[in-house]
Design a protein. Structure first.
Length: 134
């Protein structure tokens, strides 16, 4: 992750929080930095493990809250990931060309129902957020 993209994402989130009457805490910066360094779609639980390596005092609730804020600010998208039982965690992915308050970008993913692997797809016109590859 380039320093410029980290700074841009942090600035856009700080602006979003300011408009909402909130502030960007140190714990929030840790969450954002861990998310940006993940480099792939990541669940809140896996992100929490990464965050706790940087700051053991940051809670799961804080990570979940900041991921919701990133999504609401249009800086992250949530991808439903299914396991063989048909259920699984939401995976969060950075929006690479963020537009403030956009709510995320409309791109699709293939999610393997066996292993949970997530693959970006160029098909912007497919129905739904997840394409069934089975």
């Amino acid at each position: 992750m380039e320093a410029m993209q980290i700074e841009t994402t942090e600035r856009l989130l700080a602006d979003y929080l300011k408009r909402a009457g909130r502030h960007f805490s140190g714990a929030g910066r840790t969450v954002v930095q861990a998310f940006l360094h993940a480099g792939k779609p990541i669940s809140v639980l896996d992100l929490t493990f990464s965050v706790k390596r940087l700051d053991p005092l940051v809670s799961l609730a804080t990570v979940r809250g900041y991921m919701k804020l990133l999504r609401n600010a249009g800086l992250a998208v949530a991808i439903p990931a299914c396991n063989p039982s048909g259920r699984g965690p939401m995976l969060f992915q950075l929006v690479t060309d963020p537009k403030p308050n956009s709510g995320g970008c409309p791109h699709r993913h293939l999610v393997c129902k066996d292993c949970g692997a997530v693959i970006d797809t160029e098909n912007q016109h497919a129905g739904g957020d997840v394409l069934d590859a089975s």
